[in-house]
Design a protein around this ligand. Structure first.
Ligand SMILES: Cc1ncc(COP(=O)(O)O)c(C=O)c1O
Length: 401
């Protein structure tokens, strides 16, 4: 008898961000330098204080920590939220192995197979994988580059609600669009969530990555009044402290029942890495200017990439307001092919660019084929060079077709 894989495994999509990696490896083997603009791996150096904490790890045993998180680290996270003006108790927080596990825990503790979750698209492509693992269906609300990928009117979102709808997910600031939702938009989502008794998942891993701060913005959905029991925040220190490899995030909610369920899920996987949590404590002790200085650097990068794209013929792009991504529309009708071609057929002065085709960031079939997602995670000089390569590549690709 032939053994088969699970339907879940069969349905699991390859990560749109990583699936071109073999072509990038081949390009590198041929001696081509590849600018990686396809993945949100910042080049910003992890703070020396954090690396010191790793170096001076003083325990005799690398052990499990409590499933909810190491006490010192939970306290550090609690203190961080306190500094934002958001009082939490330790039981509102469960440390996770990256923000990724926080998404799993949020989905697994609230959604049944067949349930629907409304997400503005384009969205972080790995939500597709998380939804597949939980057996839930993503119902997209399409947003448009022409208005900075801001939300459509309330009635367009409400029209997506069915008896199976259990949640709305907002990634704010947004990966992949760089949109920072206004207070009015967040309030509108909160209103829908309240009126239809839904969960509100807020992925806030880019919380500080806002380039034009506005006084009235929420620092977190945890500040919204009247839906305290429905808000589930997904957080991570991957980007905030440039510690992607530490794999540390957390789920936060004031809903006691939910957090008890999250803890049971967390107990099944025992704990998040202890060593990472020691580094995480050190990260939370960094001087307060650390994060704003990093945001200034990202703003300079945003400007280099955005300005270069606006000069390119046939390219349309909204100015990103936050995170470190943008989604330009290119004068190309199949960016999956183009992104692959960049690695297999194109190079200039032994260099090329790797980008993520945007179709994988949409749930609606057919959308995103003329768009790419760029992560501006290199310094401004390298980004300027990468943008001139991209411009040259677009010309060359179109002239050969
Ligand atoms: C929007 C968003 N959520 C969650 C994650 C997962 O982060 P982590 O590295 O903490 O697992 C990412 C990573 O890029 C992200 O962009």
């Amino acid at each position: 008898m032939k053994r088969s894989l699970s339907t879940r495994a069969e349905a699991m999509p390859a990560s749109q961000i990583r699936k071109l990696v073999p072509f990038a490896d081949q390009a590198k083997q041929k001696g081509t330098h590849v600018y990686h603009l396809n993945i949100g791996q910042p080049d910003v150096k992890t703070a020396p204080q954090v690396l010191q904490a790793l170096k001076h790890f003083g325990e005799d045993v690398i052990s499990y920590s409590p499933s909810r998180g190491d006490h010192a680290y939970v306290k550090a996270v609690q203190g961080y939220y306190e500094s934002l003006g958001i009082p939490l108790s330790p039981s509102n927080i469960n440390i996770t192995t990256g923000g990724s596990e926080a998404v799993f825990f949020a989905f697994w503790s609230t959604l049944n197979p067949g349930d629907e979750i409304i997400i503005p698209e384009p969205f972080y492509t790995n939500y597709n994988g998380f939804a597949c693992m939980a057996g839930v269906k993503i119902v997209p609300v399409t947003t448009q580059g022409a208005n900075g990928f801001h939300l459509p009117p309330k009635e367009d979102i409400v029209a997506k609600i069915t008896p199976n709808t259990k949640a709305i997910l907002l990634c704010n600031p947004s990966n992949p669009t760089g949109t920072v939702y206004t207070r009015q938009e967040v309030d509108m989502i909160a209103e829908i969530v309240k009126e239809h008794s839904l969960w509100m998942f807020c992925d806030e891993v880019y919380r500080e990555f806002i380039f034009e701060p506005q006084e009235d913005l929420y620092k977190s959905a945890l500040q919204i009044e009247g839906i305290e029991d429905q808000v589930v925040v997904i957080d991570s220190i991957s980007k905030r402290f440039s510690m992607c490899g530490a794999r540390l995030g957390c789920v936060i909610s004031r809903n006691t029942e939910l957090m008890e369920a999250v803890l049971r899920l967390a107990q099944a996987r025992l704990s998040s890495p202890q060593v990472a949590q020691v580094m995480g404590v050190a990260a939370h002790e960094l001087p307060p200017e650390t994060i704003p200085n990093m945001i200034d650097e990202y703003k300079r990068r945003r400007d280099v990439v955005y300005n270069a794209l606006t000069q390119m013929e046939g390219v349309h792009v909204a100015q990103p307001e936050g995170a470190f991504y943008l989604i330009p529309k290119l004068p190309i009708d199949n960016t999956e092919d183009f992104a692959k071609w960049l690695l297999t057929d194109f190079s200039y002065e032994d260099k090329t660019v790797m980008v993520a085709p945007a179709s994988g960031f949409y749930a609606t079939p057919g959308l995103g084929y003329d768009e790419i997602r760029i992560a501006y995670v290199l310094n401004t000089d390298l980004l300027a060079d990468a943008m001139s390569l991209l411009e040259r590549a677009i010309d060359q690709y179109n002239s050969t077709r």
